[in-house]
Design a protein around this ligand. Sequence first.
Ligand code: 13P
Length: 249
Amino acid sequence: MRRKLAAGNWKMHGSVSALAELTTLAAQIDPQGCETVICPPATLLFHACQLVTSTDIAIGAQCCHPQPHGPFTGDVSARMIAETGASYVIAGHSERRDRYAETDAEVQAQIRAAWRENLTAILCVGESGEDRQAGITLDTIATQLAGSLPDGANGENVVIAYEPIWAIGTGDVPTLAQIGEVHDFIRAQLVRRFGDTQGKTIRLLYGGSVKPSNAADIFTAENVDGALVGGASLQAADFLPIIQALNDA
Ligand code: 13P
């Protein structure tokens, strides 16, 4: 009942010429398979959306400002993102929570702004290495979910990505049991808050060092509906086998 989702977060990588990867991807993905979303830098959104028209790829942004417009130098609003033709936006990625001190309340405001523009938010949550060592992983996730996920969440307007900070870009991946434990926990929290019907339609992605070599394994973990992929989403040759592994799972 939940359509699987392979999402690529290009972070501050990519260029106009790198958009050719989208064409390669579009030519090879199975329209009957999982949904595919690519989140390039803001400067490439419009061009990327033009390129994927009438393909099975959707485009997303990596963050948004909660206000539609205003004196916020350097920021991009959800309204501006929607105008490019994008349909997704990442919210609360740990790189933004850390580097720009984005709080749960700010992330929640971003998601509300995304919803006003009919964008689907990909809300990121995840513990630090210190949290895991201290045995407070689930407390951290619970706090982030309670603080950053607005009321009214459902399977259409939000996707949740579990991204342990210590697994991002490091090659370290949690065990399947650890991934399963957190995903089961998130599912239970969603069901408790939004009820059985809505809580079970929200898709849960795993993110953090997903590669062609470990994707099939990761997709066997409990309650994993797909992946949010960083480095391995930059090249179609790396992302395609991950998409294939998700389709086969
Ligand atoms: P990597 O796949 O490069 O570890 O990045 C994960 C991530 O942060 C996706 O948002």
